[in-house]
Design a protein. Structure first.
Ligand code: NAP
Length: 506
């Protein structure tokens, strides 16, 4: 464990390292009664408020079709906040003042009623930054944007936040982007991928570009391969309708896993500025080697979970949860991807994600090459390759695996040990949730950690042929037991080249 001097600015466990207040704003959550708003956005805003980052004049306006008063909405939000913050008394004490900022308006994106009054409500504070968070089905994005334009709310310091999924292929993504782009300029559009708001992901940038140590090694000469894993233990939850038309490739790989791959593979941007960073990510996406129909079964694996156990509890299979037996939707995918450029030539990027897997873990593993020559004799044991493991969840942190001498007298034996930096323990402060950071970035108008239109389109351009090849083959996904690490074919995918999935996580 690395020990760091504790910052002096924290007073309670809930306080994050440092906060800079943002300018006064009105944040409208379209879909303000939905799961995302209640479970992530509003608890995140509460924490930012409790840390003193949200000014007293800020307003948070929940919108949905359901008819309810401000008081009823606040009651519903209070229940959700209580669930989210657990026994954090310091945070609990700030809930009443936070709830007082909440306003509720009943509006239907598809109907005219109420929009004039809504426009008037927002125009009460002309100097406020306006953030419109579209936390609803993308099928409503056009309606919301059109109505905002009709009310003249799209101009000036106004921003719109788009949740995933942005389309289900290139064509539908372009249609959404065109429709939103007809109302908002690109610099006003914040396409959120909450993985980019995670501390570890930003730390990857710090490790790569604020240290001299890694960059000279960060290429095909020294790196053997990269693994990116996003494993969930949950099944369908309440998302059956959406998920069965999407699947793991669209739901996770097109956005989260490819964004993480970009962060690992991109060239150093000239500056930590939004377009400089996004230009470099775009180049990576455009360098992804297309996967052809001929090689699809060598480099991709699709799986679907069957009944098994999760956390010691018996759970049904995907088809039983769905209530249908004819779905071919993949709940697991593994891909051997390649970035066809000078830096990464020949280095496989193994991507995998799935539901009902053995553990909930998201991590990036950068595996370095073996030492070129072994000077120690056999009694020392093997020299295992160095590994940099960036853990996004749970327990955000970084481990650098090194070979050291086994301590003590006697012969020289080698040991593979991690230099372990668990952020929460090392810094003694709570790590902010991704949405907290990203919501404040939207208010500040900083799009560095959001996806630009061309990035989304480049990601789809790589995904589309995979989907088309799968469609053409019409093969059933490979079955895997709930609570396992996925289909055995995914193990073979990596082992064919003499490598293994990172053993810390399976
Ligand atoms: P949800 O629980 O189904 O909530 C949808 C919200 O939209 C509700 O507040 C609903 O309230 C409102 N709504 C539906 N139709 C409306 C209309 N015509 N006019 C105005 N409001 C309307 O969905 P969610 O899970 O919060 O997800 C929202 C979006 O975020 C989805 O696109 C989802 O894919 C994405 N997302 C969600 C998560 C997550 O963790 N939940 C994570 C990533 C992305 P009424 O029915 O009362 O109108």
């Amino acid at each position: 464990m690395v020990h760091l001097p504790k910052p002096t600015c924290h007073e309670a466990a809930s306080v994050t390292a440092k906060t800079v207040p943002v300018d006064p704003f009105d944040l409208v959550i379209f879909g303000g009664t939905g799961d995302l708003a209640l479970r992530k956005l509003l608890p995140g805003l509460l924490r930012r408020y409790a840390d003193g980052q949200i000014p007293e004049s800020a307003r948070i306006i929940g919108v949905a079709r359901d008819t309810q008063t401000d008081a009823e909405y606040r009651e519903k939000v209070e229940e959700a906040l209580t669930r989210a913050i657990g026994d954090d008394a310091a945070l609990g004490a700030r809930v009443p003042a936070f709830l007082a900022k909440l306003i509720y308006r009943s509006l239907d994106a598809t109907k005219d009623e109420g929009w004039d009054e809504f426009g008037a409500l927002l125009k009460e504070y002309q100097d406020h930054i306006r953030v419109f968070y579209l936390s609803t089905s993308p099928s409503l994005f056009v309606d919301f944007c059109t109505r905002l334009r009709d009310q003249g709310l799209h101009e000036g310091a106004a921003r719109v936040v788009l949740e995933k999924p942005i389309g289900k292929d290139s064509a539908s993504a372009a249609a959404i982007n065109d429709a939103v782009g007809a109302v908002f300029a690109e610099h006003q559009i914040f396409r959120i991928d909450h993985y980019l708001g995670k501390e570890t992901v930003q730390n990857l940038l710090a490790l790569r570009f604020a240290n001299i140590l890694f960059e000279p090694l960060w290429n095909a000469n020294r790196i053997d391969h990269v693994q990116i894993t996003v494993a969930e233990t949950v099944g369908l939850e309440k998302r059956a309708g959406y998920y069965d038309t999407s699947g793991a490739l669209r739901d996770m790989v097109q956005n989260h896993l490819l964004q993480l791959l970009c962060m690992v593979a991109m060239e150093p941007p000239a500056a930590m500025q939004a377009d400089a960073v996004r230009d470099e990510k775009l180049k990576v996406l455009r360098s992804l080697k297309p996967i052809t129909r001929e090689e699809i079964n060598q480099v991709t694996v699709r799986g679907q979970y069957r009944a098994g156990a999760s956390g010691g509890v018996a759970v049904p299979g995907y088809l039983d949860e769905l209530g249908r037996n004819d779905s071919r939707t993949e709940t697991y995918v593994a891909i051997k991807a390649e970035v066809d450029n000078w830096r990464w030539a020949g280095v496989p990027f193994y991507l995998r994600t799935g539901k009902r897997l053995a553990e909930r873990v998201s991590e990036i593993v950068v595996s370095f090459r073996h030492v070129p020559h072994m000077i120690f004799d056999e009694s020392a044991g093997p020299a295992l390759p160095n590994k940099l493991v960036l853990r996004l969840q749970p327990d955000e942190g970084v481990k650098l695996w090194l070979m050291i001498k086994d301590p003590g007298p006697g012969g020289l034996r080698l040991q593979h040990v991690p230099l372990d930096m668990s952020f929460a323990e090392a810094f003694g402060v709570r790590q902010p949730e991704a949405y907290e950071r990203l919501l404040m970035d939207v208010v500040r108008g900083n799009p560095t950690l959001f996806m630009r239109r061309d990035e989304v389109e480049a990601a789809w351009a790589w995904i589309d042929p995979i989907l088309a090849a799968w469609d053409e083959l019409r093969e059933a996904p490979k079955s895997y037991t709930s609570g396992s690490w996925g289909p055995s074919a995914a193990v073979a995918l990596v082992e064919r080249s003499g490598r293994t999935w990172n053993e810390d996580s399976n």
